[in-house]
Design a protein around this ligand. Structure first.
Ligand code: GDP
Length: 287
């Protein structure tokens, strides 16, 4: 699977982050709760040093609560970071993150200098939404437009906190290969980059294995399809998506399946678990 992330942008973002990181008292990395591993940015662990880090598992409303709890425990145990969950429009909870930031920087005297907090994350995980929630006003541009370059913003918050937006844009981890697919399923990577039907097939296989009841209920299937392709065929049948000549229109099925999954129509679904990631990482490193 080839994904072209612009090397020029990557280089620029790395340089900018390297420059500003040492001035930060604390980092907040926003990830997608459905894919807390695949939506990490590889630069954060590489450049963080000793700066305290809070991971925000955002879009919790879309993720499986049990799996999200597993991720929180895993991140705290395996990575030694604080992991909290969040969903949009929860100002009190968002402000709790700032309180936690204060607790994690006990030697910092805010009477003397501002607490500098940087929000990091790959495109589309909800950074701007969080910044706006914290600011209590539209301070950052939000939208479904991954990979837009932008200048770094600094927002002044009460209690002498300065909030720094991600400088430039950060790219996700694209290996092991399944990470790239899961990013595509979540909507973080533009569908134009990876073949749409391939992404849907990946999602269909996974859903059948991890959430068979949710798919069967959504598409009113009586029998469990044997694999992802059979599931896509069954959806075509149920929804009457046929091309000329009566062939199942898999492109249409792919579009509907991915759109409905991303919109939470199949329920709260996580796309990866710590156990899956540990196994994939072992296989990837052994290869
Ligand atoms: P950024 O690129 O990281 O700054 O992400 P944005 O803040 O622009 O958000 C990307 C998309 O995700 C927007 O369509 C938001 O409305 C949506 N979004 C942000 N937070 C949440 C959340 O908690 N739940 C859901 N379902 N969508 C969210």
């Amino acid at each position: 699977m080839a994904i072209n992330w612009f090397p020029g942008h990557m280089h620029k973002a790395r340089k900018e982050i390297k420059k500003v990181m040492p001035q930060m008292d604390l980092l907040i990395e926003v990830v997608d709760a459905r894919i807390p591993f695949s939506s990490e940015n590889p630069l954060v662990p590489a450049l963080r040093g000793d700066t305290p880090l809070i991971k925000v598992l955002n879009k919790r409303d879309l993720a499986d609560p049990e799996v999200t709890a597993e991720w929180q425990a895993w991140l705290e145990k395996e990575r030694g970071v604080r992991a909290v969950t969040l969903t949009h429009n929860q100002r009190a909870e968002a402000l709790d993150i700032l309180r936690l930031a204060g607790e994690m920087t006990p030697s910092h005297d805010r009477q003397k200098s501002a607490l500098r907090v940087m929000i990091l994350g790959i495109p589309n995980v909800g950074k701007s939404t969080l910044i706006n929630t914290l600011a209590g006003r539209p301070a950052a541009k939000t939208g479904n437009e991954p990979a837009v370059t932008r200048a770094q913003q600094v927002i002044k918050l009460p209690d002498n906190i300065l909030l720094y937006d991600t400088p430039g844009f950060l790219w996700p981890k694209l290996s092991p290969e399944a990470c790239g697919y899961r990013l595509a399923v979540s909507g973080a990577i533009r569908s134009a980059v990876i073949d749409f039907e391939d992404v849907a097939l990946f999602a269909a296989d996974y859903l059948l294995q991890a959430y068979p009841d949710a798919v069967m209920e959504r598409y009113q299937l009586d029998q469990r399809p044997r694999d992802g392709l059979a599931l896509m065929d069954a959806i075509a049948e149920k929804r009457r998506f046929f091309s000329r000549g009566g062939i199942p229109d898999l492109h249409k099925v792919a579009e509907v399946l991915l759109t409905e999954l991303r919109a939470g129509k199949l329920g709260r679904i996580s796309l990866e678990t710590p156990a899956m990631i540990e196994e994939e990482t072992r296989a990837y490193e052994a290869a």
